[in-house]
Design a protein around this ligand. Structure first.
Ligand code: DQQ
Length: 459
């Protein structure tokens, strides 16, 4: 029997494989989350668009599959990633059909449940002439100055990933405007997937997921004519298990982002579990004073908080085991390292430490480290050591840690995210220990909440 590895407050379908979030949109108050979905098993294949809706971004209702491949159609080998837009009141999906990779449209009535593919598909039949493309997919579409724009993920063979820019006045006839941005293969890989391009606090934010690296990158910059000029570069998450994120603007104007959390276990373990892939918590995006990207869970997540366990503040050195145990928790700590070399916590730990995950801030190096290599005794478990640079401008480290059974999602000073996946085998892998190695630390604030499930018993 599987030991409670299935997350209870991160979204995932009832069963089978899920990867990228798709088509994020708020329509008449209701949030819609579509996602890459294989209804035939817990491995990648036969891509459909799964569908769920929510009134608060937290509690979801499963809905019927929105898009399935059409035999003989341009998406016969899969309905791959894309976006959803409001075209003069008509809900419209723009997505990639394979194989070959082409761009397609589908529309719905205002329930967004039943989707009809456009008889004119594909609306873009292939990469621009002269480009030896490594990929041609994942449309992100928006309206600007009365015209539709689309960016697509692509790459020039042996040169590097790139973003292609298109324009249209009717969503059907598209003109290629050239590359919005080109990367170098030795820096950001050979093919860029799932581009997102949006305005944020007066700047432009470009998010993309480069192959072969399993990490989502962002650039903050500006657009001049039809080119994007990147200024600030970073990773959305440093855990190596967060990929293909999609951001959207909700009716309140918030920029909200979901990302696909990969599994950290073998295909055999996924098949045995019957499910694979989880969505991250919805993260609100903004820019910090230095122009870098900030991410924080949307406040709606706080509605899941149950019993509150305050942690007494004070100074300590060494390890401090807390009274609370659990594997569905939110932990919020305000820490100031004094003489300590490393400060942080152990979580999902057995009393003897045989299984445990550590999250430690290395004061001297200015690096936040998540180590899941000792998290599970399971055969084939793929633990990781993940590091993220983080300067403590004010001397204070605010660590928000969301434990949801096999998901650990960490937000540090809103600047750095690290997500890990862990699969403890022992039922007593539920302890929490505060850690201060090599000197003293001050705990300014400490709050822990048990977290409720997002599913009612009928889901
Ligand atoms: N996943 C989709 C592609 C996309 C990739 C296929 C990124 O459209 O490029 O499931 O994870």
């Amino acid at each position: 029997m599987e030991l409670c590895h299935r997350p209870q407050y991160h979204f995932l379908p009832v069963a089978n494989w899920m990867n990228d979030p798709n088509g994020l949109i708020q329509w008449e108050g209701v949030y819609h989350l579509f996602y890459q979905y294989n209804p035939t098993g817990a491995g990648f294949g036969s891509m459909h668009w799964g569908h769920a809706s929510s009134r608060d971004l937290v509690h979801w209702r499963h809905l019927p599959i929105a898009l399935a491949p059409t035999p003989e159609g341009p998406d016969k080998d899969g309905a791959w990633s894309g976006c959803a837009i409001n075209n003069e009141g008509v809900p419209t999906i723009v997505y990639t059909g394979v194989r070959p990779q082409v761009q397609c449209l589908a529309t719905s009535d205002d329930e967004l449940i039943v989707w009809t593919k456009d008889p004119g598909n594909p609306v873009i039949a292939g990469p621009p002439a002269g480009l030896d493309a490594t990929g041609f997919r994942d449309p992100c579409v928006w309206k600007e100055g009365g015209l539709w724009y689309m960016v697509l993920g692509s790459g020039a063979r042996d040169v590097g990933g790139m973003i292609l820019l298109y324009r249209s006045d009717d969503l059907h006839q598209w003109d290629h405007l050239g590359p919005l941005l080109e990367g170098r293969i030795d820096e950001t890989g050979h093919n860029w997937e799932c581009p997102n391009y949006l305005t944020l606090d007066g700047r432009r934010l470009l998010i993309f997921s480069p192959e072969p690296f399993r990490q989502a990158h962002y650039y903050v910059g500006d657009q001049r004519d039809l080119r994007f000029l990147p200024k600030i570069h970073g990773l959305l998450d440093h855990g190596g298990l967060y990929y293909a994120p999609q951001a959207f603007v909700d009716e309140a104007g918030r920029r909200i982002c979901f990302g696909w959390l990969l599994e950290g276990r073998t295909p055999e373990a996924m098949a045995a579990a019957g499910w694979a892939g989880v969505q991250s918590l919805p993260r609100e995006l903004s820019l910090g004073p230095d122009g870098g990207l900030l991410q924080r869970p949307v406040p709606e997540v706080e509605t899941l908080r149950g019993t509150h366990h305050p942690v007494a503040g004070g100074v300590w050195t060494g390890k401090r085991k807390l009274d609370i145990v659990g594997n569905a928790l939110e932990i919020d700590l305000g820490i100031a390292p004094q003489g300590a070399a490393e400060v942080g916590l152990e979580l999902l730990a057995t009393p003897d430490g045989e299984e445990r995950t550590t999250i430690l801030y290395d004061v001297e190096r200015g690096v936040l480290v998540m180590d899941t290599r000792g998290a599970s005794l399971a055969d084939g478990f793929l633990g990781r050591l993940s590091e993220a640079p983080l300067a403590l401008e004010t001397g204070l480290l605010r660590l928000r840690v969301f434990i949801d059974r096999s998901v650990i999602e960490v937000f540090a000073n809103d600047q750095i995210c690290i997500t890990g996946r862990v699969y403890p085998t022992r039922v007593d892998a539920t302890n929490l220990v505060l850690v201060s190695n090599g000197g003293a630390v001050v705990l300014h604030s400490g709050d822990i909440w048990t977290m409720a499930s997002i599913w009612s018993s009928r889901d």
